[in-house]
Design a protein around this ligand. Structure first.
Ligand SMILES: [Zn+2]
Length: 86
């Protein structure tokens, strides 16, 4: 994994877990507690290639009904409409 943020050059990257949103053929999968390194300065997150491959495989299995996700959530969708500010 990165030793240095390739976005801002900062060298202080912290290990943490985060929610990763994966897209596959227009379907979304929220994956919770995904390990990553996060830049303390700009917040850019770095994921191990093995972690990303596992998420991709899990999403494929869920999409093809070989695997059940942990749970389902309902998500509200809003199209952005710019309001005229006075
Ligand atoms: Zn950074």
């Amino acid at each position: 994994m990165a030793e240095q943020c390739s976005f801002c050059g900062n060298r202080n990257l912290t290990s943490k877990t985060t929610r990763y949103i994966h897209q596959h053929n227009g379907e979304l999968l929220f994956v919770e507690q995904v390990p990553c390194l996060e830049c303390e300065y700009c917040g850019e997150q770095y994921f191990d290639i093995g972690v990303l491959k596992q998420i991709e495989a899990d999403h494929r299995d869920i999409a093809e009904h070989r695997k059940q996700p942990t749970r389902f959530v309902q998500v509200a969708v809003q199209e952005f409409e710019r309001r005229v500010s006075q």
